[in-house]
Design a binder for this molecule. Structure first.
Ligand code: GSH
Length: 229
């Protein structure tokens, strides 16, 4: 059987999310790299896979998916059992499952909107988007850092009670934090995490996972204007 295919550049956060869960479950996959500087994701061939002309696209035989979080859940449901990983909490009780669902929503609805503007302002707009190059907008960064501190305070209180967000086992909710936090840690604001020791220790535990390291090695940590990543 041919392996599943992921279409996109591996340094991009939403592509990295999909690769991360494939690596976690040890599934065989083919990465079909797209040159985003050349706009390959906007070509008709890719738009057939992802009608929003975004990366990633994903194909498993006749099944075509887009939206990285949905793709990641499909991967976990398809391969998680064989890998002995229940990251969605679906083989536990409904209470455990509800905790995974809740913290997954927290990542998408609270954490991501707080952290992503900093990453956009400091990295994505100046260094990654072709023709970007603008200096970070200070007021956007400052407002986002304030919002992020609020979220991290809630995480700190939670992580005083359990090793991971949804409980004492790692889950989908924790691992979804990897792509944007990885890039945030390359910005001058990484030290914000030092104010939250439990959160910092949790982050270090996530980063120590072999699957995380395999995916993050395709994500640059030093940015230069005009570089082709
Ligand atoms: N919600 C979507 C977002 C997809 C997305 O915005 N992908 C970015 C890369 S991380 C992209 O393709 N950007 C290129 C563009 O917008 O032209 C997902 O999670 O898959």
């Amino acid at each position: 059987m041919s392996p599943v295919k992921v279409f996109g550049h591996p340094m991009l956060t939403n592509v990295a999310r999909v690769l991360l869960f494939l690596e976690e479950v040890g599934a065989e996959y083919e990465l079909v790299p797209l040159d985003f500087v050349a706009g390959e994701h906007k070509r008709p061939q890719h738009v057939q896979l992802n009608p929003f002309a975004k990366m990633p696209g994903f194909q498993d035989g006749d099944l075509v998916l887009f939206e990285s979080r949905a793709i990641a859940k499909y991967i976990l449901r398809k391969y998680g059992g064989t890998a002995g990983l229940d990251l969605l909490g679906e083989n536990s009780g409904i209470e455990e499952l509800a905790m995974v669902d809740m913290w997954t929503e927290v990542e998408a609805q609270q954490y991501y909107p707080a952290i992503s503007p900093v990453v956009f302002e400091c990295i994505i707009i100046p260094f990654i988007i072709p023709g970007g190059g603008a200096a970070p907008n200070r007021s956007v960064v400052d407002e986002s850092l304030e919002r992020l501190r609020g979220v991290l305070g809630i995480y700190e209180a939670r992580l005083e009670k359990s090793s991971y967000l949804a409980g004492d086992s790692i889950s989908f909710a924790d691992l979804n934090h990897i792509p944007f936090t990885f890039y945030f840690m390359t910005t001058p604001y990484a030290k914000v995490f030092d104010e939250y020791p439990k959160v910092k220790a949790w982050w270090e535990m996530l980063m120590a996972r072999p699957a995380v390291q395999r995916v993050c090695k395709h994500m640059p940590t030093k940015f230069k204007l005009g570089a082709q990543y």
